[in-house]
Design a protein around this ligand. Structure first.
Ligand code: GAP
Length: 427
C-alpha cells in the first residue's frame, strides 16, 4: 500500500504537487500542481467530461460563477447548516472538531474545553470596495448550486427532456477545520459534479444507475477493485439536503475514505430556489401536460481526491525502481524519446522522432545519464513507453520501444511507431 510520505516525497521531488507559496514558508493545506501534476489533473477532468458529457446525449455541461448571489446560500441551506461543531481548549487555546473527539478534555494538554459552537465552513468576502454587511458574498462550497439556479435557462435553451443532466467541473472552497492527508482534504479544491433531473417515478432506478456508473468509472481507469467499495450513508450521516447517499470509498494508507458521493437530493434544491427567488422553475412535460419540479440525483466527485486515488493506487515500489502504474489515458507523459548517447547523429534523429510524435502525444525528451537512469525517471512519473534511438536506428530505421509495466523491449520501425503507440495507448 502506498505510504503517504513516500507519495508526498515523490510528488515534491518531481514537482508534481508541492506546497503553495513555498518560498514564503507555504500556507497550510494549499497546494500547487507542477507540469506533470497539471497534465495528470487535466487528464482526469477530461476523462470525466468525456464520459459524463460528451459521450452521452442526455447530459450537457456548464461553467458557472464561483461568486454567486448570497441568497443562493440561504436557499441551499448552507448559511444555516454547512457547519462543523468546534470546541476550544481553555488552557492551550487549540481548536478541535467536537465530533472528532473521543475525550471530554483537550487531547493535546488535558485542559478544559468550551461548549461546542457551530462554525460555518463557507469563505466570506466582500464584493466591491466597501467592506460592509450588504456587500458580503461567499466563495462557493460546491459547484452544484450554479447548476440548480441555471436549471431552467439551460433546460429550455438545450430543449432537454427529463431525464437529463447538467454537469460542471470547477473550484470550490471550504474553510475546513482539519484539512490534511496531503491533497485529500484542503480548503481550495476542484469538484466534478453532475445533477441529473428525473421524473417522480423513476428516481430509485436512476439513483442505482448512477451509483453503478460512477463506481465503474474508477475501475475502467485502472483502480484495483479490492481497493474500492460503495457504502450507504446511515440516516444520521446524511447531508441536510439528501434523502439517500452512497459514498464511493478507496482504501488509502490512512483508511477507507470517501472519494465521491452519489446522493438522492429529492426536490430539495429546486424547491428552495423557487421559494427564495420567487421564480417558477418547474419542468413542463409536454407528453402528460404536467408541471413539476424534477427529482435530482447527484454525483459529486473531487478532482484532487480522484487524483490522489489514482496516484496512490498506481504507486508501486519494486526492488530496483519506483513505478507509477497509471492508466495510459491518465499518464501525464505518454512517451519519452532518448538518444542512446549524446552524439550529434543520434540526438538529431531522436529530436526528429520527438518532433513528429509531439504533434499527436505528450512527449518527453531526455539525453542525460545512462539509459537505465532515464528509464527510472520515466517509470516514477508513469510514462507508459520509452523509445530509444541507437546506431541500429541509423542503419535500419528501427527504434527500441520499452514498456513501463513489463519492461519488455521491442524493435519497431519508425514508420510504424506512431500507429503502434496509438494502439497501445488506446488513443
Ligand atoms: N454537492 C455535493 C457535495 O459537495 P460533498 O460530499 O460535500 O458533496 C463531494 O463533496 C466531493 O467533493 C467529496 O466526495 C470529495 O471528493 C470532494 N471534497 C469535498 N470536500 C473536500 C475538501 N475539503 N478537499 C478536497 N476534496 C473535497
Amino acid at each position: 500500500m502506498a505510504d503517504m510520505n513516500d507519495l508526498v516525497s515523490l510528488c515534491k521531488r518531481r514537482a508534481i504537487i508541492f506546497p503553495s507559496s513555498e518560498i514564503y514558508g507555504g500556507i497550510n493545506s494549499c497546494w500547487d500542481y507542477g507540469p506533470l501534476g497539471a497534465e495528470l489533473k487535466r487528464n482526469i477532468k477530461e476523462a470525466w467530461w468525456q464520459t459524463i458529457v460528451q459521450r452521452r446525449d442526455d447530459v450537457v455541461g456548464v461553467d458557472t460563477s464561483i461568486i454567486m448571489h448570497p441568497e443562493v446560500w440561504r436557499a441551499s441551506g448552507h448559511v444555516e447548516n454547512f457547519t462543523d461543531p468546534l470546541v476550544d481548549c481553555k488552557s492551550c487555546k487549540q481548536r478541535f472538531r467536537a465530533d472528532h473527539l473521543s475525550t471530554e478534555r483537550c487531547p493535546e494538554c488535558g485542559g478544559e474545553l468550551t461548549p461546542p459552537r457551530q462554525f460555518n465552513l463557507m469563505f466570506k468576502t466582500y464584493i466591491g470596495p466597501v467592506e460592509e454587511k450588504a456587500a458580503e458574498v461567499y466563495l462557493r462550497p460546491e459547484t452544484a448550486q450554479g447548476i440548480f439556479v441555471d436549471f431552467k435557462i439551460v433546460q429550455a435553451a438545450s430543449r432537454l427532456r427529463v431525464p437529463f443532466g447538467i454537469a460542471q467541473i470547477g473550484k470550490s472552497f471550504r474553510n475546513e477545520v482539519s484539512p490534511g492527508n496531503f491533497i485529500f482534504r484542503s480548503r481550495e479544491f476542484e469538484q466534478m459534479e453532475l445533477e441529473f433531473f428525473v421524473d417522480l417515478k423513476h428516481d430509485d432506478e436512476w439513483f442505482e444507475y448512477w451509483v453503478e456508473e460512477r463506481f465503474r468509472w474508477y475501475l475502467d481507469l485502472g483502480i484495483r477493485p479490492e481497493k474500492l467499495r460503495k457504502r450507504a450513508h446511515r440516516p444520521d450521516e446524511l447531508a441536510h439536503y439528501a434523502k439517500a447517499c452512497y459514498d464511493i470509498e478507496y482504501e488509502f494508507s490512512f483508511g477507507w475514505q470517501e472519494i465521491e458521493g452519489i446522493a438522492h437530493r429529492g426536490q430539495y434544491d429546486l424547491s428552495q430556489h423557487v421559494k427564495h427567488s420567487g421564480k417558477d422553475l418547474s419542468y413542463y412535460d409536454d407528453l402528460t401536460g404536467e408541471h413539476y419540479l424534477p427529482i435530482v440525483i447527484e454525483s459529486s466527485a473531487g478532482v484532487d481526491r480522484a487524483l490522489l486515488t489514482f496516484l496512490a493506487d498506481a504507486y508501486t515500489e519494486e526492488e530496483e525502481r519506483v513505478v507509477l502504474r497509471l492508466h495510459p489515458r491518465l499518464a501525464p507523459v505518454k512517451v519519452a524519446v532518448f538518444p542512446l548517447l549524446k552524439k550529434s547523429d543520434l540526438v538529431e534523429k531522436a529530436r526528429a522522432i520527438e518532433k513528429e510524435l509531439r504533434r499527436h502525444l505528450v512527449v518527453a525528451y531526455d539525453e542525460a545519464g545512462s539509459i537505465g537512469r532515464r528509464y527510472r525517471r520515466q517509470d516514477e512519473v508513469g510514462t507508459p513507453y520509452c523509445v530509444t534511438v541507437d546506431y541500429q536506428t541509423l542503419e535500419d530505421q528501427t527504434v527500441t520501444v520499452r514498456d513501463r509495466d513489463t519492461m519488455a523491449q521491442e524493435l519497431i520501425s519508425i514508420d510504424r511507431l506512431l500507429p503502434y503507440l496509438k494502439e497501445k495507448l488506446d488513443w
